[in-house]
Ligand binder design. Structure first.
Ligand code: LLP
Length: 385
């Protein structure tokens, strides 16, 4: 929900731009931190969701760790001030250069996704005279009941080590003198809204923790990943139910006294704090369809083209006029450059401000230079200091 003051401010800025409500971000972070603290859970922010400098500053200030998927993210997190001892590094294809870079930074943990990767980290750590802390990312074959493009924890997915390879993995861990086994890691998918899925995950985590313990490994870290979804249809209902989410893990995970539970949340923390603000360039009223052509396209917000993702579309300049159905599209020379079909909006005109809501996660970070478009801009409503 935007105030009249916001809207007149937006009208004075060059579009398109990502608007960030930093006060809402702070409130979301504080709610999550309080909910996690109740159970002594550790939260790492999944930096891939958004690495806008101002967003990272707010998250670093709350004291979360960082979950990174490239050495670029590892270095950026540390530059911004995230504690090295709270940085985890995941990814199915870490290059030698990236592994070396992360070893130099003395991060908390590598989340390792294959037996070969374990051997490479062992060798590279040995060459530096270091010990690398590792968690084994296990593919638990748990269905996340989300869009198939963002499911990661099924046998058919490329992520993690499959359960049938665990005996070989345990053997490798025993052989590798430069590795310290910290625990086990999971991430089953993103935009998960059916919390029962996490109960199934907990059951599997318990089984795998026991499996390792029975073989003499001490499992200090249970990292259950992220994936908590947001309500794209109600962007004004802004703060995810972190209490309900953490409560499930508290109830269904068997946590031993020496164990820590870690999370890697991205979307739930940043998804609702941003909207992509755009202007209507043209309105085309056809025989079969009416089109609104925006000055933002898939180059600024890729999710609808890539996953048929829904983002609520609002005309900020009009209210109370009769609803017209429009296909809301961008200016890019691609038919998939479409934000919504048959969207009911007040009758719209050139120059109207349009908000695409809930774009804080995987919005700005996935923008591209396709068509040699301008760099995407950002604007901020200030945080409360
Ligand atoms: N941990 C790992 C290992 C991950 O791969 C991811 C996201 C996360 C944590 C954070 O997940 P979240 O809490 O944000 O759901 N671009 C897609 C989403 C890709 C998610 C990739 N992995 C989208 O726009 O929906």
């Amino acid at each position: 929900m935007f105030s009249d003051k916001d809207i007149s401010h937006f009208a004075s800025l060059e579009t398109p731009f990502y608007h960030y409500d930093l006060a809402l971000l702070q409130k979301t972070l504080a709610t999550c931190a309080t909910a996690a603290k109740l159970y002594n859970f550790h939260v790492h922010y999944a930096m891939k969701a958004n690495f806008n400098q101002r967003v990272l500053d707010c998250i670093e200030a709350i004291g979360f760790g960082a979950d990174c998927v490239s050495v670029g993210e590892v270095n950026r997190a540390i530059e911004v001030g995230f504690d090295k001892g709270k940085v985890v590094f995941a990814g199915v294809g870490k290059s030698d250069k990236e592994i070396n870079g992360a070893l130099d930074q003395d991060i908390f943990c590598f989340n390792v996704e294959s037996i070969q990767e374990l051997e490479v980290i062992d060798e590279l750590a040995g060459a530096k005279g270091k010990k690398a802390s590792v968690a084994i990312r296990i593919n638990p074959n748990v269905d996340a009941h989300t869009h198939h493009n963002i499911t990661t924890g099924l046998d058919e997915n490329k992520f993690g080590i499959n359960s049938w390879d665990l005996p070989a993995c345990a053997e490798t861990l025993r052989k590798c003198a430069n590795l310290e086994f910290l625990g086990i890691h999971f991430h089953i998918g993103s935009q998960i809204t059916n919390l029962d899925v996490y109960k199934n995950l907990c059951v599997r985590v318990n089984e795998f923790a026991t499996w390792f313990e029975e073989r003499g490994f001490s499992v200090k870290v249970l990292n259950v990943g992220g994936g908590l979804g947001i309500d794209y249809h109600n962007p004004d209902q802004q703060i995810p139910d972190f209490d309900a989410y953490f409560k499930i893990f508290n109830e269904f995970l068997n946590v031993r006294p020496n164990q820590e539970v870690h999370f890697e949340l991205g979307r739930a923390l940043v998804g609702q704090c941003s909207s992509l603000i755009s202007k209507v360039l043209y309105v085309k009223n056809g025989k079969k369809k009416n089109f609104i052509i925006l000055d933002a396209g898939m180059t600024e917000l890729m999710r609808p083209a890539l996953y048929q993702a829904y983002h609520k579309i609002e005309n900020l300049s009009k209210s109370g006029l009769p609803a017209v159905k429009y296909d809301v599209v961008g200016p890019i020379c691609e038919s998939t450059d479409c934000f919504g079909k048959e969207v009911e909006l007040p009758e719209s005109h050139r120059g109207d401000l349009i908000a695409l809501r809930s774009t804080g996660a995987y919005g700005e970070v996935m923008a591209s230079k396709y068509n040699l478009r301008d760099e995407i801009r950002s604007a901020y409503s200030e945080a409360v200091s």
